[in-house]
Design a protein around this ligand. Structure first.
Ligand code: COA
Ligand code: MG
Length: 231
């Protein structure tokens, strides 16, 4: 997988029977965090997501899933302290996504596409001037979908970068008019920065969209459905 990023996705509803198995893989800290979720649904999703992450990392690193030890940056991003494999996780609704890459930082964001909000209003708070203009040109029926294309792409970049909301969201521009083609069109603070990144968009299931970002140009991505290829 050296020069190829691997991206896995799963549906929590299809993993419920494995919950006890996944729970056994969790560390003390993770079990504590799981116990603190108010809603059972969120607790179960967290257990499944950490269980699958551990199973995948174990398989990539040739370790038992319980041997994986996470460190956290001051922004809360988990990483492996003694291994160069970069990874990132995202979850939304019934789905989770897991991205792995050796060559650079990687960020992934998955979102369930909803349409019960004012996409333009929210975009005006978070998006760049050019993104807002592109969104305004979208047909009404495409508006929330285009919003989530933009959101996931921006968030995958922020998550690769790792500094959370302190990263200036309106200072870079991504494309939003196509489900399958994603580009980082502008990075305002340094014009050449955009050419150092690769950005991808993927539809894992109806009503969901995800984006993957690496800080390495010409990255390629392979996608895997956890439910059809288990490790
Ligand atoms: N950077 C990258 N990844 C991080 C992270 C960070 N600073 N902090 C946590 N993560 C990882 C964790 O693995 C976490 O999963 P876990 O809680 O099960 O361990 C996972 O990312 C959560 O990702 P996601 O499901 O996409 O969550 P989110 O969208 O609610 O939050 C963060 C994303 C964690 C980066 C959040 O701190 C944040 O900054 N959100 C910004 C949201 C936003 O305004 N986006 C604008 C897009 S236009
Ligand atoms: Mg997210």
């Amino acid at each position: 997988m050296n020069d190829v990023a691997h991206v896995w996705y799963c549906a929590f509803s299809k993993s419920q029977s494995k919950l006890p198995e996944f729970e056994l893989l969790l560390s003390k800290d993770e079990k504590k965090r799981a116990a603190n979720f108010k809603f059972k649904k969120d607790r179960n999703s967290y257990i499944i997501s950490r269980g699958i992450l551990r199973a995948l990392l174990g398989s990539y690193l040739g370790l038992s899933p319980t041997e994986i030890e996470f460190e956290y940056t001051s922004y809360g991003k988990p990483y492996l302290s003694h291994n160069p494999l970069n990874f990132n996780v995202s979850h939304s609704g019934d789905m989770a996504a897991f991205a792995f890459f050796l060559e650079s930082e990687i960020g992934v964001d998955i979102e369930k596409i909803k349409d019960d909000f004012d996409a333009l209003e929210l975009a005006r708070h978070f998006f760049s001037k050019n993104e807002i203009e592109s969104l305004e040109k979208q047909p009404r029926a495409e508006l929330s979908r285009a919003f989530y294309r933009c959101w996931t792409r921006k968030e995958s970049i922020i998550k690769a970068e790792g500094s959370g909301l302190s990263f200036p969201l309106n200072k870079f521009t991504v494309s939003l008019d196509n489900d399958h083609q994603a580009t980082l069109a502008a990075t305002d603070w340094e014009a050449t920065e955009k050419s150092k990144w690769s950005l991808f968009s993927f539809v894992p299931q109806e009503h969901y969209i995800m984006a993957i970002a690496t800080r390495k140009k010409n990255t390629t991505v392979q996608y895997f459905n956890w439910h059809t290829i288990q490790v």
